[in-house]
Design a protein around this ligand. Structure first.
Ligand code: GLC
Length: 583
């Protein structure tokens, strides 16, 4: 079987405002990104997902778009964007844009017209309803920011729906004109030469007709049963695919869709259905979040994480496809949350990367992850830009009367702003991000954690990512396309699995804890480890392994012993395993 080569992609996500400033205004911009393309290429990725750069009042950092066809002046000009596209292509990489299709900004010309009168042709571009008696909103859904999902608009005496901020009104996808406008806009970018798209919040676009009340008692995002994976979402995506994505061959799409069953994922991504190419596996990065409270964390066990990963890897094999990530612009930094950003900073960052890059699925790297950027030491709510965090703080303290200190602690730990502090390029002032005043504070640890320092250190996190990606490419038949077989499923410290196809096999061993971990490989794993050789690890091989490791990194002749013990956060990838006799 010939495998689709797009599945071999490795994607780098840019959050434009925090990547590189070129004009000293303290905000990252498109020319800044152009100046860093060689760096991005050097990591080994082949695709860039560019966060939203469209015109936007920025109540939600560009996810509130006021004009989908223009570039925000803060980011540069259309010429700058065209140069970015050209220069990205010139380096053999592709460029994906972020599509925000569930809502627009309230400053979008469609919404301005829509709100101006009830009989305006744009009225039905959004979701307007009369209130209930006694000044109550049309239903009891709450927005993801807390509080009603409806805002009353004086001009016409009706409410409009917004699942996010009231400055982000939801589009009415049931209106065919809206869908046509969106298709046209997507074709506009495809004609400009874009290679793919990330689709923001795509599984909430279709709402249950009648917009019924919910029985859900959540402060944020209640009502989801009536809009997550809603009644017409698949029909609308197929149409969008047919009329827009299929406009040119080779356009790749990835959807942001949380709260999906395996059946949902298969529906979104099965190639025969022609909807999307992949959606993100969001279940694993959210494992530490309380499902009923956006900022409360919950304890989790490694066996739960393994269950999630195994379910996706096994149940979707050959029927769906998904994007893998451990960090993005909406989550605190991966190494601070899933690893250890102190004593085992480098070890745990590398271990987590090993997981993401050796699974079945498409790995995404979020800017700064490749140098192990950590959470920022925020001390007060006043330092935050994150609208979700600020709203949460306000509703919890003002409406629920929760202890402000407690709430602040929660918000400072969970805010998305940890991911949004400027990229740490060097140890200079403002980390080489800007010559001006950065829009978000630069993490003081840029003195030691920065790209320049890691560039020439062979043991750096950055160089580990480079090797990982190289290995993924070299062994694509197994690492990208092969089957995933979990082992040691009950182990609470070690995450271990085999990747294999009919010819070759690899073994991945990851210690998720800061303690040494002992284990016995099960006898029935079906592989013989005698011919195994180390492809990569985040520690020097120990004892016996070291003696056998040979010179020059030559892997052909050597056989390395698979250990029975892993050091704190140790990760090792073995290749060259053979099927056990009789298997
Ligand atoms: C997505 C984006 C997030 C944004 C939200 C609303 O979840 O990733 O940053 O706030 O959609 O557009």
């Amino acid at each position: 079987m010939r495998h689709e080569s797009w599945k071999e992609k490795v994607v780098y996500q840019i959050f434009p405002r925090s990547f590189q400033d070129s004009n000293g205004d303290g905000n990252g911009d498109i020319p800044g990104i152009v100046s860093r393309l060689d760096y991005i290429r050097s990591i080994g990725v082949d695709t860039i997902w560019l966060g939203p750069v469209y015109e936007s009042p920025r109540v939600d950092q560009g996810y509130d778009v006021s004009n989908q066809r223009e570039i925000d002046p803060m980011m540069g000009t259309m010429e700058d964007w065209e140069e970015l596209l050209r220069e990205t292509h010139a380096r053999g990489m592709e460029l994906w844009m972020d599509l925000v299709l569930n809502h627009t900004s309230d400053e979008h010309r469609w919404f301005k017209r829509s709100r101006s009168s009830k009989d305006n042709p744009y009225r039905d571009y959004y979701i307007w309803r009369k209130g209930e008696k006694d000044g109550e909103p049309p239903n009891n859904w709450t927005s993801y920011l807390g509080g009603s999902a409806w805002t009353y608009d004086e001009a016409t005496g009706e409410y409009y729906l917004h699942l996010y901020n009231k400055k982000q009104p939801d589009l009415n996808w049931d209106n065919p004109k809206v869908r046509e406008e969106i298709q046209k806009m997507v074709r506009y970018w495809i004609d400009k030469g874009v290679n793919g798209f990330r689709l923001d919040a795509i599984n909430v676009i279709s709402k249950d007709s009648g917009l019924p009340d919910t029985s859900e008692q959540k402060m944020e995002g209640s009502g989801y049963k009536h809009f997550k994976n809603g009644p017409n979402v698949h029909e609308y995506l197929r149409e969008l695919n047919e009329k827009a994505f299929s406009h040119k061959e080779g356009i790749i799409t990835v959807g942001e869709a949380s709260m999906v069953s395996m059946d949902d994922v298969a529906r979104y991504t099965h190639p025969d259905r022609r909807e999307l190419d992949m959606i993100f596996m969001m279940e694993s990065p959210s494992i530490g979040n309380d499902p009923n409270d956006a900022f409360k964390s919950r304890d989790w066990k490694l066996t739960e994480l393994k269950e999630i990963v195994t379910r996706w890897e096994k149940e979707l094999l050959n029927i769906g496809w998904f994007g893998l990530f451990a960090s993005n612009h909406d989550h605190p930094r991966m190494v601070s949350h899933f690893g250890n950003d102190g004593k085992y900073h480098a070890e745990s960052a590398k271990m987590l990367a090993t997981l993401v890059h050796t699974l079945w699925g498409t790995p995404f790297i979020y800017q700064g992850e490749e140098i192990g950027m950590t959470d920022y030491p925020f001390e007060s709510i006043d330092q935050l830009d994150d609208q979700m965090a600020r709203h949460y703080y306000r509703t919890r303290t003002e409406e629920l009367g929760e202890d402000p200190e407690e709430v602040e602690k929660r918000v400072l730990a969970g805010t998305r702003d940890h991911a949004r502090t400027p990229m740490q390029w060097d140890d200079g002032e403002s980390a080489g991000f800007t010559t001006g005043e950065p829009w978000m504070p630069v993490n003081p640890n840029h003195a030691s954690i920065n790209a320049a320092a890691q560039e020439n250190d062979p043991d750096s996190i950055l160089n580990y990512y480079r090797k990982l990606i190289e290995i993924r490419r070299e062994h694509a038949e197994v690492v990208v396309h092969g089957e995933y077989v979990p082992i040691l499923e009950e182990h609470e410290q070690v995450f271990a699995y085999i990747r294999r196809n009919h010819k070759s096999q690899g073994l991945v061993l990851l210690n998720f804890s800061e303690k040494e971990a002992e284990f016995e490989l099960p006898e029935d794993v079906g592989v013989c480890t005698e011919s195994a050789y180390r492809l990569l690890g985040n520690y020097e091989p120990e004892g016996e392994d070291r003696e056998r490791a040979g010179e020059n990194g030559d892997t052909d002749a050597k056989a390395d012993v698979v250990p029975r013990k892993l050091r704190p956060y140790e990760a090792i990838v073995f290749g060259g395993l053979k099927p056990a006799p009789g298997k």
